[in-house]
Design a protein around this ligand. Structure first.
Ligand code: GLN
Length: 498
């Protein structure tokens, strides 16, 4: 295994900038790693060898010509398959988009390219980002690099697994209810959902437009900050894009000082229902924060127990509307047009029945029902009211504390297949991550160590007020450093099963 794949993104960029390694060598090392392990991990749906090597060569030429390189120039990255990339297959983990090559780059993709980031390929995901295990991908599940019989989280399991398996130091995920943070938690990586509106949604195939947000996946907090700074910022192509300065996330990651900070432990997001080893690592992290001079208090958010129910009305409602455009007429798959003399509606029906998997169909039906005349107020309207109450809980909490913390997920990675037939059990994985999406606030998951009972990674979640994403990085980096020195062993050790 080449040493180049062990470097962090920051180290890789420095090596490329100094000439210690060429961007092409770095890209090739990661492509080799993908060839070596991805048959077992299945993080990628598409690997763009040619495109990656060409992008890397362009960085090397720019350097040779004396150009100033941007902070992530020459660093390889894996892109979640929900982001458009011009000319590259984009399936969103669904059969219905099979064969579609978007004619344009998402804003995130365009910013990565402009920064000289080397896009290696597209990563596996639950169909249209619906799921917590990547098992709802039409292209087969991704396997957790820590234990190949276990789930890598979802929906962005491919992005998290690629980073955990050293196939890429960076990845892009999207988080509508936890799809960056929960995969990060169960793969021992760092994942951040920025404030809603901080990163453009242009070219992010929409699941639930009022909740979707793209963000970074990495192995260190600083790497996540560097990627965050690269993709964030106002975009006139997204009407919900925030038109204000991007918080100094890189500066915050470098500062890493929690002295005098007020940190709230969310009472409703721990204890009962949380695996003992998850709770234990979380409690140890709390003690570390106190030891570093933070003031840690318990904070109650009384409406959080209703967040999951509200989310599972709002999300299906929005997704039933967003997925209506996949009708066999405009994108990807078209089924049954030569079978008899079908009407347009019949072709649409056949295409959707063949192209969508069970979870997508379940949510489209739930959402259509929740929005239907006579039920709209009782379901969708009521859920929106709960959403307001959740936002108020956060607002009240942030009057008392600077950031809130909780375990990211109730358990470590579960076995593939374990929850596939029980949608509610699957949904419960997101109990701790969903409130942040409903309120639009930023959240980070970072590794808090391994659970003693199963040796699998545990994630700790940090949440901050809207547009205070820098606080996540400050607290995250401080905790990351403390965890390393406290345990005297690298959290970034190679995932053992590879
Ligand atoms: N697991 C959640 C769901 O199934 C979150 C999905 C997401 O964040 N994209 O909806």
């Amino acid at each position: 295994m080449s040493d180049l794949i062990r470097l962090t993104a920051a180290e890789t960029a420095a090596a490329v900038a100094s000439g210690a390694a060429s961007a092409v060598e770095v890209a090739q090392a990661h492509l080799d790693r993908i060839s070596e392990v991805d048959e077992r991990v299945h993080a990628f749906l598409h690997v763009d060898t040619e495109g990656a090597l060409a992008a890397a060569a362009a960085v090397d030429s720019a350097r040779a010509a004396g150009a100033t390189l941007s902070p992530l120039a020459g660093v390889p990255l894996a892109l979640k398959d929900v982001m458009t990339q011009k000319g590259i297959p984009t399936t969103c983990g669904s059969r219905i988009l099979e064969g579609w090559r978007p004619p344009y780059d998402s804003t995130v993709t365009a910013r990565l390219k402009a920064a000289g980031v080397v896009i290696l390929g597209k990563t596996n995901m639950d169909e249209f980002a619906m799921g917590s295990s990547t098992e709802h991908s039409a292209y087969g599940p991704t396997h957790n690099p820590w234990d190949l019989d276990r789930i890598p989280g979802g929906s962005g399991g491919g992005s998290a697994a690629a980073v955990a398996a050293f196939e890429a130091p960076l990845a892009i995920g999207t988080d509508t209810g936890g799809s960056i943070r929960q995969p990060a938690a169960v793969t021992g990586t760092v994942g951040v959902k920025p404030t809603y509106g901080a990163v453009s949604r242009y070219g992010l195939v929409a699941l639930a437009s009022s909740l979707d947000q793209a963000g970074p996946c990495a192995r260190t907090v600083l790497d996540a900050a560097l990627l965050h700074a690269t993709i964030a910022g106002h975009d006139p192509l997204d009407s919900t894009s925030f038109d204000g300065p991007v918080p100094d996330v890189v500066g915050a990651a470098l500062r890493a000082d929690v002295q005098g900070m007020r940190i709230g432990v969310v009472k409703e997001l721990s204890g009962e229902g949380y695996q003992a080893g998850v709770q234990q690592r979380f409690d140890e992290a709390v003690a570390l924060l106190t030891g570093m001079g933070a003031e840690v208090v318990e904070v109650s958010c009384p409406n959080f127990p209703y967040a999951l129910a509200a989310y599972y009305l709002i999300l299906p409602s929005e997704c039933s509307s967003n997925l209506a455009k996949f009708d066999g007429m405009r994108f990807g798959l078209r089924v049954g047009e030569d079978d008899g003399d079908p009407s347009v509606e019949q072709v649409m029906g056949r295409t959707r029945a063949a192209g969508f998997g069970a979870e997508a169909i379940r949510r489209i039906m739930l959402g259509t029902y929740a929005l239907s005349a006579g039920y709209y107020d009782a379901y969708y309207g009521q859920a929106q009211k709960v959403r307001t109450l959740i936002a108020r809980d956060f607002a009240a909490a942030f009057e008392q504390v600077d950031v809130l913390i909780s375990p990211t997920a109730p358990t470590t990675a579960f076995k593939l297949g374990e929850k596939l037939d029980d949608p509610l059990a699957m949904y419960l994985n997101d109990v701790a991550t969903i409130p942040a999406n409903l309120a639009g606030i930023p959240g980070m998951s970072l590794p808090a160590g391994l659970a003693p009972e199963d040796g699998l990674p545990v994630g700790l979640q940090i949440m901050a007020p809207a547009m205070a994403d820098d606080r996540l990085y400050n607290v995250g980096a401080a905790l990351e450093a403390a965890l390393l020195s406290n345990w005297g062993r690298p959290i970034l050790q190679e995932a053992p099963s590879l």
